[in-house]
Design a protein around this ligand. Structure first.
Ligand code: PRT
Ligand code: MG
Length: 216
């Protein structure tokens, strides 16, 4: 994708649940995609605002698009940002959407401090940092989904995963053992765009802040 033109704003949004929560917030600022992003096969969507376009991509790709300037701004979960290896963006606004928690979970009797723990997770960097800070040695096993299965089949002692209602853990006989952090989606901004498109981005941040304040 060519870098966004100077008078345009490209907004990258994770598909799935973040998109579902982000669309009403964007709509409250007057930005509405002209086609339904859940249904359209188009990867770049025009919106009701001339010059503002949406790209709907995988959650883990949002910080990459924004860091490299393929998108000027993005909406991504704090979990994804904590795991992302890079800091080539600003994070000016907590949008307060798609809230959940990052936790260490396992069987109720699982220990969290013994040596040589095996931890299965999609969040390997977060898990390594968490256990290193506690001084606990562990082996991190990278998974791409269904982390809850790992302790049930003996792949790992613990998992690091997102929890919302806790129903998924409960249904699998697992419990939350340690709370790592609260998660919500954040607006992130490309560092160069913050300067070259200052007015447009400042307006978007102000509009989104108002929409959040209004409880949209
Ligand atoms: O498909 P792809 O791999 O690209 O991404 P994805 O499937 O992870 O995307 P999606 O649509 O699930 O959105 C992920 C983002 O939504 C995360 O990065 C978070 O920022 C945010 N989010 C908020 C959540 C949840 N809440 C959540 N509950 N992401 C995942 N979950 C999972 C959780 O891991 C558990 O397995 O939902 C399951 C149900 O949770 P309970 O506790 O309500 O049962
Ligand atoms: Mg998915």
């Amino acid at each position: 994708m060519p870098a966004a033109a100077a008078d345009e704003l490209v907004v990258a949004v994770s598909k799935g649940r973040i998109l579902k929560d982000a669309l009403p917030l964007l709509a409250a600022t007057g930005i509405v995609p002209v086609e339904d992003p859940e249904r359209s096969r188009k990867l770049i969507l025009d919106t009701s605002v001339p010059g503002i376009r949406l790209v709907v991509i995988r959650a883990t790709d949002v910080p990459t698009y924004v860091e490299y300037g393929a998108a000027d701004v993005g909406i991504a979960g704090k979990d994804t940002l904590l795991e992302y290896d890079g800091d080539g963006y600003y994070e000016p606004l907590d949008l307060g959407i798609a809230k959940c928690k990052l936790v260490v979970a396992g069987r109720p009797e699982a220990a969290t401090t013994t040596a040589r723990l095996r931890v299965a997770t999609k969040y390997s960097a977060v898990a390594r940092r968490w256990f290193a800070e506690k001084g606990v040695q562990c082996e991190v096993i990278k998974l791409y989904g269904s982390m809850e299965l790992a302790p049930l089949v003996g792949l790992a002692d613990l998992i690091v995963d997102l929890v919302d209602t806790g129903n998924t853990l409960k249904a699998n006989g697992l419990v939350c053992l340690e709370h790592i952090c609260e998660v919500s989606s954040r607006l992130i901004v490309n560092k160069a765009a913050q300067k070259t498109k200052h007015a447009r981005i400042a307006r978007l941040i102000a509009d989104l802040s108002r929409a959040i304040g209004a409880g949209t």
